[in-house]
Design a protein around this ligand. Sequence first.
Ligand code: SME
Length: 154
Amino acid sequence: MNYSMIAEQIRALCAVENGWVPVFSNASAVLFQGIPDISWAGFYVEKNGSLLIGPFQGKMACIRIPHNKGVCGSAYSKDAVILVRNVHEFPGHIACDSASNSEIVLPIHGKKGIVAVLDIDSASIGRFTEEDKEGLLKVVETLEENVDFGDLEV
Ligand code: SME
């Protein structure tokens, strides 16, 4: 998968309109269509002390995730990329979609701290590799450099 192409597409979208709602909405579509073998791609935004569902593509998902829960909460509280080979082995994993078997979550930083996380799920065990992590880090960097996070900045 060419993550550089996805990052470039997102950069071009930001040049048109860089508010977080339009960018995250189209970015979730670009990621969902551009990455093979995934079941969900989207964003949780930090709002009032927990993670709130943001723009995404895939099945309906949980609305709020506490900072200390699930893969998303762990990525937020540790400020680290978390790559889970088998979600059923991850303590506290939140099963929004029973078909999900592996997952990667990356924190997205604003000027003062984490404003959102990018969450991508797959039905295949071990779907995400270091290569995916490196590629998705480029996507996150593009978002961090170009998006106006507005009300998400604290
Ligand atoms: N599985 C995630 C919750 C979000 S859904 O997968 C979209 C987690 O454990 O944080």
